[in-house]
Design a binder for this molecule. Structure first.
Ligand code: BG6
Length: 486
């Protein structure tokens, strides 16, 4: 059931995310004729722009961030006509009335996109409610970070809930907007042959990696107080884990999909402080080289010593019937050797090898779902090498390949935010995160942080361009498991 709004209000309209992602995404939807015809977009931020100045600002962002083959001057022109602007200071209650006046009538529906520091959330929501921008026809999209632990996230959720019921609250995790992430659902629930082995009998372990080559970028203020666990694991990695681990939902809709994900989060084994040191590894990048270029350590970029982790690896467990005894190895880091987001599912070895001694070792099958930068799915299987060997058969691991890039070469790669903005505008919550999910995620995260504090755990240094500290390798090797494809 889709219910498009007539107006979109974009907070943070002059920020980095708006320039790189939101404006190009909205333009993409516009150019493809997917936006409601009458939709107007009002930007709000502290800058003193008027409508025309904001249109010029948006034009510049599109020039810079749209791929050349997407630039259509006609479409850009008509897109810019949708844009309006109102200077707004979220921390100033007097800012909201002029904003409401600018937006005008919201009876045709208003979607608000709110991306702000957690410290401003409550004021922003209160301000909106105080001028009638939270009524029944208004929905709100919230960008991360939604707090920094369970208590602060509850506080934000409570503040939001005072003005917006859950059915009108859209929590964004941009990973859910990625095509390849949604494809996990298609792979699992659109095919019959994975599901029978998709459990502790069939699967030995699951590995989820989000490796980045970038460092601190210009986000010291935020990142230094967040760290890799809060920045990437609490949201993106746990969402990927849930899509892999959840039971088949009855319907592809916001209620059923989120019910099943939520059950997974509630099944995550909460670590006791004494379990944390041998189930987690933290690191911080030092000087090193990424892609052949020298880069400085985190501390040097920051300009002071720090104990914030830029890398984390975790051995997690989902304590339910399906997944008993199957480790989920999770890792993410900045300044790693290559940019790669990937899920690797290692199946159990064959129960008996008739080739033993006559053709080498069998590798267990593995399903690799590469989310980025390339988009492919590979099933690694054993095959016979051609040849007339007299003393047996020579076996080798070979990939069955599905390259999404090649298979769907004709279709444009969309920005994750295109999907999410469209769903926000049309009111479909399937790919947004529900309150119970976020809170169960934080509960599990907080236990890990408490363990680090109790054990006085400090991140180990790793050279930029490595796959984290060596302890991360030991985390899996101890169990006889090797991280896929390092
Ligand atoms: C964001 C994190 O949520 O995700 C960033 O705050 C990270 O630190 C980014 O770089 C990664 O997103 P993507 O889509 O580039 O994998």
């Amino acid at each position: 059931h889709r219910d498009p709004v007539a107006k979109l209000l974009l907070f943070g309209a002059t920020g980095d995310l708006a320039q790189r992602m939101l404006l190009p995404s909205l333009y993409g939807l516009h150019a493809d004729g997917l936006l409601p015809e009458r939709l107007t977009i009002t930007g709000a931020a502290r800058h003193e722009h008027d409508d025309d100045q904001y249109r010029a600002f948006a034009k510049k962002a599109l020039d810079e961030f749209l791929p050349a083959d997407r630039k259509d001057e006609g479409a850009i022109g008509s897109f810019l006509e949708r844009l309006h602007y109102q200077p707004t200071d979220l921390s100033d209650p007097a800012s909201f009335q002029p904003l409401a006046d600018k937006i005008g009538d919201v009876s045709g529906g208003l979607a608000i996109y709110l991306s702000t520091a957690p410290s401003l959330f409550e004021q922003a929501i209160e301000g909106l409610a105080s001028v009638g921008l939270a009524g029944e026809t208004v929905r709100v999209g919230l960008e991360k970070p939604l707090g920094y632990d369970l208590a602060s996230s509850r506080e934000i959720n409570d503040a939001v809930a005072r003005a917006f019921p859950e059915e009108r609250t859209f929590r964004i995790d941009h990973y859910l907007g990625k095509e390849t992430v949604q494809n996990i659902l298609a792979l699992r629930f659109g095919n019959s042959f994975f599901e029978p082995v998709w459990n502790a009998q069939g699967i030995d372990n699951v590995q989820i990696t989000i490796a980045e080559t970038v460092g601190l970028e210009e986000r010291a203020g935020y990142y230094e107080s967040a760290g890799a666990l809060r920045d990437m694991v609490q949201n993106h990695i746990l969402q990927l884990l849930a899509l892999i681990a959840m039971e088949p939902p009855a319907h592809f809709d916001g209620t059923d999909v989120r019910d099943e994900k939520s059950k997974v989060f509630r099944s995550l084994r909460i670590m006791k402080p004494e379990d944390v040191p041998h189930n987690t590894v933290t690191g911080q990048y030092g000087d090193g080289a990424v892609g052949g270029k020298f880069v400085k350590s985190y501390a040097k970029e920051l300009g002071k010593p720090s104990t914030t982790e830029t890398f984390v690896a975790i051995k997690a467990h989902v304590d339910n019937w399906r997944w008993q005894g199957v480790p989920f190895y999770l890792r993410t880091g900045k300044r790693m050797a290559t940019r790669r987001s990937e899920i690797a599912i290692q199946f159990k070895a064959v129960p008996h090898s008739m080739f033993a001694g006559r053709g080498g070792l069998l590798q267990p099958n593995m399903l690799v779902i590469r989310l980025q930068p390339e988009e492919y799915i590979q099933l690694l299987v054993m095959a016979k090498e051609p040849g007339l060997d007299r003393d047996g058969v020579r076996l080798r691991e070979v990939p069955l390949n599905l390259s999404m890039d090649a298979e769907f070469a004709g279709s444009r790669r969309r920005i994750a935010y295109e999907r999410l903005l469209l769903d926000l505008i049309e009111g479909d919550q399937t790919l947004f995160v529900r309150r119970d999910e976020v809170e169960a995620q934080w509960k599990w995260i907080d236990a890990i942080r408490a363990g680090w504090t109790a054990n006085d755990t400090k991140p180990k240094s790793y050279p930029s361009g490595a796959w984290g500290p060596s302890a991360a390798i030991a985390l899996t090797e101890r169990d006889g498991v090797t991280w896929q494809d390092d």
